[in-house]
Every structure is written in structure tokens, then in C-alpha cells.
Design a protein around this ligand. Structure first.
Ligand SMILES: Nc1nc2c(ncn2[C@@H]2O[C@H](COP(=O)(O)OP(=O)(O)OP(=O)(O)O)[C@@H](O)[C@H]2O)c(=O)[nH]1
Ligand SMILES: [Mg+2]
Length: 269
């Protein structure tokens, strides 16, 4: 297993290195830093480097994909982030209405400054470009259901005196824990070719069984594969494809609204 997970850790391609450097340069011009985090992994999905990089800037935390997260856990995350002095909002990037508050908060922050510039940052595939489109009310930025779609930094004009920049997703160079590694793969922050889907699906179900004291009704990979007919000709099960489909099912909400991290979790191992 470590082989596969090590591959995840080492995934820090050139475009991310360049984007991180450029974001650092641009931050001098930026008044508002909007961090988009998948609401199911607010701990592993946050970029701790921002605390230093975005010091003295207005900070907004957007917990996106709230449609897939456990509502009461999202509520406690919002309280947690608010207690650290950041504006925190839960959104569903594809639903414009859920961004109304984000616009109001940005306008309030911009008021009195004359002109304001905001930057949207976060992990690959967290929904940054979808959120920009929602804020603009048009499909200006390219979005796709895989990590690594946005490659360039790009400005968009949100209104008089308010500009917002889309950026490529950036993963931290070294993902801190093994638990964070499978969780980030599970929510789609890591490209498919970078991890072993079987390991990820198995780790997820093991974690779910433990954290629900065995009471979950979410099928394990074996049950799922059998039910979905992933048998090859000789009767042997195609676990690789079954696991990819399992992860997709999780991200389509087939297993319900499941948050992988809560603010009061015992320290991650
Ligand atoms: N279920 C759900 N899907 C979402 C949400 N927001 C965005 N998506 C989908 O997630 C996928 C990724 O969205 P993008 O906006 O391209 O993500 P990104 O952060 O810009 O990705 P990169 O540019 O690759 O870093 C797309 O298929 C979106 O339709 C949401 O709140 N809920
Ligand atoms: Mg993007």
C-alpha cells in the first residue's frame, strides 16, 4: 500500500510549482483571499501555507460540495472557522443561489477600498472555477470533473471595482498523513492515475465502519462489485474498475451525505 500512497505524496507537478510561486507574487496585489475547500475534508483539504501567505488579508473560507457533506458536521466546521476570524460559508458550486452570501460578503469587504481584488485558491477539483462562474453568473471559467483542469491564473471582472482571479488547484507538496492521502483521493483532489482506487475504497470503508461502530449501510467494495456486476468472463471480479466506480458513486452522493472529517475528531493518525 505504501507504494501507491507514496505516489500520491510525490504528485506536485510543474504547473503547481509555478502557480504557487505566482500566487505568492500576486498576493501583494490582493485584498481578499477566498479558499475553496471540499466540505467533506476541511482539515486535509485546507492549505496551511495560506496562514502565512495570506496574513493581513481578508479571508473567506468556502466549504464547497456541501450537497455531499453531512449538514450538521458542516455547521460545526462553519463555527470552527468563524472562531478563527475567517468568514466561512457553505456552498454548492453548481447552484448560483448558494453563492449569494459570498457575493454580499465580498462586496462588504470591498466597500470603502475603492477597488478590490480577490483570489480564489484551493485544492485541485474543489470547485474553484465553478464558484467563479457562479459569482459571475455565466460559464466563463472552464470546469470539469477531474483534478488539474485550470492551468493558468486568470482575472475576471465581477463588477465595478471588484475583480476575482481563478487559479490552478494546488496540493501541498507532502500530504501529512496516510489518512489525509486516501481522503483527498476519495474526494477527487488527486488525479485517478495517481492512486490505487482499491486501496482508497477499502480504506474509506474501513474508516466508515469504525466511525459508525459497524452501523453503516454503505456497501464495502466487494458487495458493491458483486451487486454492480463487475465480474470478468471467468467469474473473477474486476476490482480495479469496481473501485473507480465506487469512488464515483461516493462523489455522486449515491452513499448519502458523508463528511470524512469533523472539527472534534481525535487527532488524525
Ligand atoms: N456535487 C457537487 N459538484 C460540484 C460542486 N462544485 C463544483 N462541482 C463539480 O466539481 C467538478 C470540479 O469543479 P471545478 O470548478 O472545475 O473545480 P476546480 O477547483 O476549478 O478544479 P481545478 O481547476 O482542476 O483545480 C465539476 O464537475 C463541477 O461541476 C458542488 O458544490 N457539488
Ligand atoms: Mg479550475
Amino acid at each position: 500500500m505504501s507504494d501507491n500512497l507514496d505516489k500520491v505524496v510525490q504528485w506536485y507537478p510543474g504547473h503547481m510549482v509555478r502557480a504557487m510561486r505566482k500566487i505568492g507574487e500576486y498576493l501583494k496585489l490582493i485584498d481578499i483571499v477566498i479558499e475553496v475547500i471540499d466540505a467533506r475534508v476541511p482539515r486535509s483539504g485546507a492549505n496551511p501555507a495560506l496562514d502565512t501567505l495570506a496574513k493581513n488579508r481578508e479571508r473567506i473560507v468556502i466549504l464547497n460540495r456541501d450537497d455531499l457533506a453531512n449538514p450538521s458536521i458542516t455547521k460545526s466546521w462553519l463555527a470552527h472557522f468563524a472562531s478563527t476570524g475567517r468568514e466561512a460559508l457553505a456552498t454548492t458550486g453548481r447552484e448560483q443561489q448558494s453563492l449569494t452570501r459570498a457575493i454580499a460578503v465580498m462586496k462588504r469587504m470591498a466597500a470603502g477600498r475603492g477597488a478590490s481584488r480577490a483570489i480564489v485558491v484551493g485544492l485541485p477539483n474543489s470547485g474553484k472555477s465553478s464558484i467563479i462562474n457562479g459569482l459571475l453568473r455565466r460559464a466563463a471559467a472552464r470546469t470539469e470533473d477531474r483534478a488539474g483542469v485550470t492551468r493558468q491564473l486568470q482575472w475576471f471582472r465581477l463588477g465595478p471595482g471588484l475583480e476575482v482571479m481563478d487559479t490552478p488547484g494546488i496540493l501541498v507538496p507532502k500530504i501529512a498523513t496516510r489518512e489525509a492521502q486516501w481522503k483527498l483521493a476519495m474526494v477527487g483532489a488527486v488525479p485517478r492515475e495517481r492512486y490505487d482506487p482499491e486501496e482508497v475504497a477499502i480504506n474509506f470503508h474501513r474508516w466508515l465502519t469504525e466511525s459508525t461502530h459497524g452501523r453503516t449501510r454503505v456497501p464495502d467494495l466487494e458487495t458493491f462489485a458483486a451487486a454492480r456486476g463487475f465480474a470478468r468472463k471467468g467469474g473473477e471480479i474486476d476490482y480495479h474498475n469496481a473501485a473507480q466506480s465506487y469512488i464515483s458513486a461516493f462523489n455522486d452522493g449515491v452513499f448519502g451525505r458523508i463528511s470524512l472529517e469533523a472539527p472534534d475528531d481525535p487527532a488524525a493518525t
